[in-house]
Design a protein around this ligand. Structure first.
Ligand code: ZN
Length: 133
């Protein structure tokens, strides 16, 4: 049972990495053959994905794509919650309860922290060909 659950989790990370790579490949400008050196992503604290697992999944999926030699640069984004009841904005730990610390309302809105965004695609400078492997 446990093994199956872990496998499902891993498939989840793989699917996310796959999606990220497809987005990157679609967004890639005409680089004239320049190698992609890095993908910069923002990962929300509530995205349900750990940076470590995403990095691992990326390594697995990228190996068969033009991004095989690219680094994955992950910027963690804190979770920010807004309480409409008392108009308070606050950050929460992913593992903590989200209730408003001021009025203790549980009817709050997550306004940041669920995202997984591709921010930038870094390519090798022209005239500086990517290192051959
Ligand atoms: Zn409140």
């Amino acid at each position: 049972m446990n093994e199956l659950a872990q496998k499902d989790d891993f498939m989840h990370e793989l699917a996310i990495a796959q999606q990220l790579i497809e987005t990157a490949c679609t967004a890639l400008p005409d680089t004239g053959g320049a190698a992609v050196t890095a993908l910069h992503v923002q990962l929300g604290a509530l995205a349900g994905v750990s940076a470590e697992e995403l990095r691992f999944g990326f390594g697995v999926v990228a190996s068969a794509t033009p991004l095989a030699n690219a680094r994955l640069e992950i910027e963690m984004v804190p979770a920010i919650v807004y309480c409409p009841h008392c108009a308070t904005e606050y950050t929460v730990e992913p593992t903590a309860a989200f209730g408003c610390p001021v009025c203790h309302s549980m009817a709050v809105q997550v306004i940041q922290g669920k995202e997984l965004l591709l921010k930038a695609i870094e390519i090798a400078d022209e005239g500086q060909p990517a290192q051959a492997r």
